[in-house]
Design a binder for this molecule. Structure first.
Ligand code: M1P
Length: 247
């Protein structure tokens, strides 16, 4: 049956744990599924990661989406063209940015872990990403950190410390992935992308994500009255749930 694409309906997807395994590449099956879905409704991605990481994971498909919201939509693309970019540096200013970076580096210098690698703070367009083990760890070291952090709460303790020291900067500290913490201004969570979708006339916005519980980086958009939120448990579960909605 030929479908006419609904003009006011969009499905937006988180990336890690929803369309791919954490930091992994999208499977050919999920790719084909999204391509078929895009014939029925509009399709967008909203990820905490920056464009480079999302593009790696989407394996060449990143330009095909109606919308790609990287860094929660702080850097946004529509049909492959950039339409928006927010600036954390402008928001904080040089002084406060350096205060945060210096404090975070000092804190991390006191943390002892089974292993530590490099790239502890990534200064993105719209957020700091702070990783106690360092972003340049291997996949095996990443997996080991996930276990270690589950027991020792390394990131939760780090967040407590940051909250104590930076309560006045209007920042949110969010555990988005496996080895790091995202730091961004209040309101610059995934709900940030909804303004654009509303301006573009979408009335029915389905959101699919795996970290929808309080504290997870999908929670705010999942709960937002402008979206119909769906909790998924894996890429396969995403495909199943979407297929039921749009057979
Ligand atoms: O799942 C989204 C998160 O993905 C990465 O997290 P980690 O490397 O810790 O697994 C980061 O890009 C993070 O910013 C993002 O929220």
């Amino acid at each position: 049956m030929e479908h006419v694409r609904a003009s006011d309906t969009i499905c937006i997807f988180d990336v890690d744990g929803t369309l791919t395994k954490s930091r992994n590449i999208i499977s050919p099956e999920t790719k084909a599924f999204l391509q078929a879905l895009q014939k029925k409704v509009h399709v967008g991605l909203v990820g905490g990661s920056d464009l480079v990481k999302i593009a790696e994971q989407m394996d060449g498909m990143e330009r095909e989406f109606d919308y790609l919201f990287s860094e929660n939509g702080l850097v946004a693309f529509k049909q492959g063209n950039q339409i928006h970019e927010a600036s954390l540096l402008k928001f904080l200013g040089e002084e406060a940015s350096q205060n945060f970076i210096n404090h975070a580096l000092r804190y991390l210098s006191e943390v002892r872990l089974p292993c530590k690698r490099g790239n502890f703070i990534e200064f993105r367009k719209g957020m700091f990403n702070v990783s106690p083990i360092g972003r340049s760890c291997s996949q095996a070291e990443r997996d080991a950190f996930v276990e270690y952090d589950r027991v020792h709460k390394v990131r939760e303790k780090m967040i407590d410390n940051f909250r104590q020291h930076f309560s006045d900067l209007g920042l949110v500290f969010s555990i988005g992935g496996q080895i790091s913490v995202d730091v961004f201004p209040k309101g610059w969570d995934k709900t940030y992308c909804l303004k654009q979708l509303q301006e573009d006339g979408f009335k029915v916005i389905h959101f699919f994500g795996d970290k929808t519980a309080p504290g997870g980086n999908d929670h705010e958009i999942f709960e937002d009255p402008r979206t119909i939120g769906h909790t998924v448990t894996s890429p396969a579960d995403t495909v199943l749930q979407v297929s039921r909605l749009f057979p």
